[in-house]
Write a protein that binds this ligand. Structure first.
Ligand code: ZN
Length: 135
């Protein structure tokens, strides 16, 4: 859905009076802004990249796709972790956005980071070693 730019972000909902970002309220809520440009999410993504020693230049969706296409291919465990981290980051950020949008819940990036880490470890079968989850 993200690749096809079909998530119902506020910029795609013309009937909404307020189309500003659900998290920061500063700019139009587009997919690019919500997942990569919004300051707290950019910080979250930076921390996830640091955690998995990912390349630093992935500050936009396009750059992220380019890096994934060029460098993160194959079946090594770390490569799998990179893919799992990106997909679960998108999942948890979208979920947090909807909790914020519909239930006025506060964004908690620590919680999202933890959820992403647990998802990655669980998917790789490493969940029992919780020491690895500490950043
Ligand atoms: Zn924002």
């Amino acid at each position: 859905m993200l690749a096809q730019r079909r998530l119902p972000t506020r910029d795609r909902q013309d009937y909404l009076e307020d189309q500003q970002c659900t998290f920061c309220g500063q700019v139009l809520e587009t997919q690019e802004h919500l997942f990569f440009g919004c300051p707290p999410i950019a910080e979250l993504w930076r921390r996830i990249r640091d955690w998995l020693h990912m390349r630093p230049e992935m500050s936009t969706y396009r750059r992220t796709l380019r890096v994934f296409g060029r460098h993160y291919r194959g079946s090594r465990m770390l490569t799998k972790a990179h893919h799992l981290a990106l997909s679960s980051m998108i999942h948890y950020v979208w979920r947090a956005r909807n909790s914020s949008f519909f239930e006025e819940r506060q964004l908690d990036i620590e919680r999202i980071l933890r959820s992403v880490q647990i998802h990655v470890y669980r998917s790789l079968g490493l969940y029992s070693d919780l020491r690895l989850c500490q950043t």
